[in-house]
Design a protein around this ligand. Structure first.
Ligand SMILES: Nc1nc2c(ncn2[C@@H]2O[C@H](COP(=O)(O)OP(=O)(O)O)[C@@H](O)[C@H]2O)c(=O)[nH]1
Ligand SMILES: [Mg+2]
Length: 289
C-alpha cells in the first residue's frame, strides 16, 4: 500500500469521455476547484494542459493524464523539499494555529531523525497552556528524546534560550521547537517569533534554521488564508500538510505551491508515530490523479 493511498483522489479523469474537447477542460477545471486547488491555480493548470496537448499532439485522455501528472509535479516542486539540518545544532521552529498538528508532527519528526542516528532535543516553547508541554513530554518519552521546558506562562524565548544552551552542552544535532498557535494578533505573533529569532541568531549563529508552518489540509482554502498571514508575519521555509488521511482534498497542496511558492516538506496521514513522510511531488501528483 502506498503512503498516499488514504488520500482522497481528485479523480480528474474518471468521469469524462474520451474526447479532449472544451467540455473536458471545463470539467477538469471544476474538478480541480472542487479538490481545493483554488480558482487561479485550477485555471492556470488547465491552460498549461491545453498548451501541452497542442504542442505534443496529444490525442487521448490517457496521454493527457500523464501530461497533467507532469504539470502537477512541476508545480509541486518549488524550492528545497528536504529539511535542512546540515549545521548542528540545527533548529526547526513549528508554527501554525491551534489544533493543526504541530506537537504531533514534532513527535513524528523527532522519532524519524532519531532513527537516522541524530541526537534530537525537543523544546516546549508553547507555554500558553500547561497541557501543551505535557503533550510534548509524552512524545519525548515515546522516542526517548530529551525535552526542555519551563512553567506555564514562561517567556517562549526564554525556553528557546534554555534549549540552545542544552543543545550546545549535550551536542544535539537538531532542536525541534514547539510554539503556541495564537494568530488572533499578528503583531503579537511577529513579536514573539522575532524575539525567538534574535535568541537563535545570538546563541546559535552558525546553525541551520527552518521555520515550518503546519497546516491542516482539511481546512482547505481557509488554511491557505492562514498560510498567507503566517507567511507575512514569519519567514516560512516550508509547510507540513497534516490530516491528508481524512476528508482532506489534496488539491490544497497545489494551491499552496502556486500561491505561496513555499515547498511542502512533510505530509501527515494519521495520528500514529509513523504517519508522516517527507513530501515527494512525483508520488503525490500520481496519487492525486
Ligand atoms: N488524522 C490525523 N490527525 C492528526 C494528524 N496530525 C495531527 N493530528 C491530530 O490533530 C489533533 C491536534 O494535534 P496537535 O499536535 O495537538 O496540534 P497542535 O495544537 O498544532 O499542536 C490531535 O488529535 C492529533 O492526533 C494527521 O496527520 N492525521
Ligand atoms: Mg500543540
Amino acid at each position: 500500500m502506498g503512503f498516499f493511498d488514504k488520500l482522497k483522489k481528485i479523480n480528474i479523469f474518471a468521469a469524462f469521455g474520451s474526447e479532449l474537447d472544451d467540455d473536458f477542460y471545463d470539467e477538469l477545471e471544476e474538478a480541480l476547484i472542487l479538490a481545493d486547488a483554488g480558482m487561479d491555480t485550477a485555471i492556470d493548470m488547465v491552460e498549461q494542459l491545453r498548451q501541452r496537448v497542442k504542442q505534443e499532439h496529444i490525442k487521448t485522455v490517457e496521454d493527457a493524464r500523464a501530461a497533467m501528472c507532469a504539470i502537477l509535479t512541476d508545480l509541486l516542486s518549488v524550492g528545497e523539499g528536504k529539511l535542512n539540518v546540515e549545521n548542528p545544532p540545527a533548529v526547526v521552529l513549528f508554527i501554525g494555529v491551534n489544533g493543526v498538528g504541530k506537537t504531533t508532527t514534532i513527535g513524528k519528526i523527532g522519532h524519524q531523525l532519531k532513527g537516522e542516528g541524530k541526537k534530537v532535543l525537543l523544546c516546549a516553547a508553547d507555554t500558553f497552556r500547561a497541557a501543551a508541554a505535557d503533550q510534548l513530554t509524552i512524545w519525548a518519552e515515546r522516542s526517548n528524546l530529551d525535552i526542555i521546558k519551563q512553567h506555564e506562562g514562561a517567556d517562549p524565548a526564554a525556553v528557546v534560550f534554555d534549549a540552545t544552551s542544552a543543545a550546545r552542552a549535550r551536542k544535539a544535532d537538531v532542536v525541534l521547537v514547539d510554539t503556541a498557535g495564537r494568530l488572533h494578533n499578528k503583531q503579537n505573533l511577529m513579536n514573539e517569533l522575532n524575539k525567538i529569532s534574535r535568541v537563535l541568531d545570538r546563541e546559535l549563529p552558525g546553525s541551520s534554521r527552518e521555520t515550518l508552518l503546519v497546516l491542516d489540509a482539511t481546512t482547505g482554502q481557509n488554511g491557505l488564508v492562514q498560510a498567507k498571514q503566517f507567511k507575512e508575519a514569519a519567514g516560512i521555509t516550508g509547510i507540513v500538510l497534516t490530516k491528508l488521511d481524512g476528508t482532506a482534498k489534496g488539491g490544497i497542496a497545489l494551491a499552496i505551491a502556486k500561491e505561496l511558492g513555499v515547498p511542502v516538506k512533510y505530509a501527515g496521514v494519521g495520528e500514529g508515530i509513523d504517519d508522516l513522510k517527507p513530501f515527494d511531488p512525483v508520488e503525490f501528483a500520481q496519487a492525486l490523479i
